[in-house]
Design a protein around this ligand. Sequence first.
Ligand code: MN
Length: 241
Amino acid sequence: MRTLFISDLHLSDKRPDLLRALLHFLEENKNSCDQLYLLGDIFDAWIGDDFVHPAIQPLSAALNALADNGTEIFFQHGNRDFLVGQTFADSIQAQLLPEEIVVTLPDGKSALIMHGDQLCTDDTEYQQLRVMLRNPQWQQQVLQKSVEERLAMASQLKAESSEQKSQKSVGIMDVNAESVRQAMNKAECDLLIHGHTHRPAIHNNQRSDTCGTRIVLGDWDTELWYLECSETGQELKHRPL
Ligand code: MN
């Protein structure tokens, strides 16, 4: 049994190299991956399932090939692609997951999985925005707007977010240790897997002085990152694109 986790690819038409790397990654894992978890920010922006960029077509085909071959695919929303809906999930044969969920890994361990932006609670400004962005009523209103309006909204959100990012300290944009502890305690889980911060690492003693491992997935930019889980445990891997 082999389970793979990826996140934070930030696919966009500006980075065809990332899409190519993902297609290659899927092809090489086609016959050896039982479960594939997409933990958010796979897409740099998503304005609704009714506007799927043509460049995404080969990705849909590759994911369908994987699913047809027996791989279970799971999709969790990130802070960029939170508008991915059931229609797109169905089109890639993926199960949409809630924003936090406990899953069982091939070695029998339970893992709490999430995109990770909800752990960055020092960034109060972003957390306030997140409440609005994740509100189903707000999302419904947005999805009723024209494609042009939504594209404009998306680029405005992106511009605001990069401007705010440039003014915030690196610490504020990382996870908050107490929020990590609370999340692990609430889920009664000693293993947490998330992405979002673009700081791939394995941290120990996150739940108490003696327990709690937090695996942070890496973003795809100059390297591709993935977490490989098998009967023998978890390995965070990376290589040049
Ligand atoms: Mn993110």
